[in-house]
Design a protein around this ligand. Structure first.
Ligand SMILES: [Mg+2]
Length: 217
């Protein structure tokens, strides 16, 4: 099992909670990501296209339309995460809907980004009305959610925009209710097809009923 030791350390710090568990990705689920990242790239003369479901393969320089190497895109993404508070806003209806769900479920945010960006993201999420625990991981999400669930078979729901993350969770927590939520709907056109048992939602208003049903809340 691939297991991120720093994520495991963060999980060990959480207060124990035996309520149904709702785990949320951050980018494209709690916070807008694709559109703010596009605007950030434009500010440095770059452009993200949507030819395929990849951030790293679809960036060109606006001045000469030359492709930007994936390694350079990764550097820009890292800088973007450092200044995310200047660019990223809350996803529509996320704050109100998650606050309602939090009355009867444990909410944990699990974001795949370098651990060093955790304090910046923590502060920004607090400022936007998301006071729930935030975990970072640099490895697959499935093992983290298995650990978060704890020894009892409490109901689990997981929301993410990236199919790979949803499938990782299914591998480790087979009965988790999985929801594909993507704030920036245009990305869906180039996304690989999802297995039929993964719920699809374009916004929080659509996502909430199946989560409440799965968690029994
Ligand atoms: Mg995401």
């Amino acid at each position: 099992m691939s297991d991120d030791p720093e994520t495991a350390r963060q999980i060990a710090e959480l207060a124990s909670d035996d309520r149904p568990l709702l785990v949320l990705d951050v980018d494209e689920v709690v916070l807008e990501f694709v559109q703010p990242f596009m605007r950030y790239l434009e500010s440095i003369d770059l452009e993200l296209g949507l030819a395929t479901f990849s951030l790293f393969q679809n960036v060109v320089r606006r001045s000469d339309r030359q492709k930007v190497e994936p390694s350079e895109v990764a550097e820009h993404l890292d800088t973007f995460f450092a200044v995310q508070a200047e660019w990223q806003t809350a996803a529509a209806d996320a704050a109100e809907t998650i606050a309602r769900l939090s009355r009867n479920a444990e909410i944990v945010m699990l974001t795949a980004m370098p651990h060093r960006h955790r304090p910046v993201r923590r502060a920004h999420l607090d400022a936007l009305g998301f006071p729930y625990p935030l975990l970072t991981t640099e490895m697959p999400k499935g093992p983290a959610i298995l650990k978060l669930r704890g020894p009892d078979k409490r109901p689990v729901a997981f929301v993410d925009d990236i199919p790979k993350n949803l499938l990782s969770v299914r591998d480790f927590v087979a009965d988790a209710h999985l929801v594909n939520l993507m704030s920036y709907g245009a990305m869906r056109a180039v996304m690989p097809p999802l297995p039929a048992d993964i719920a699809v939602a374009d916004d929080w208003k659509t996502a909430a009923p199946s989560i409440e049903k799965a968690l029994g809340i």
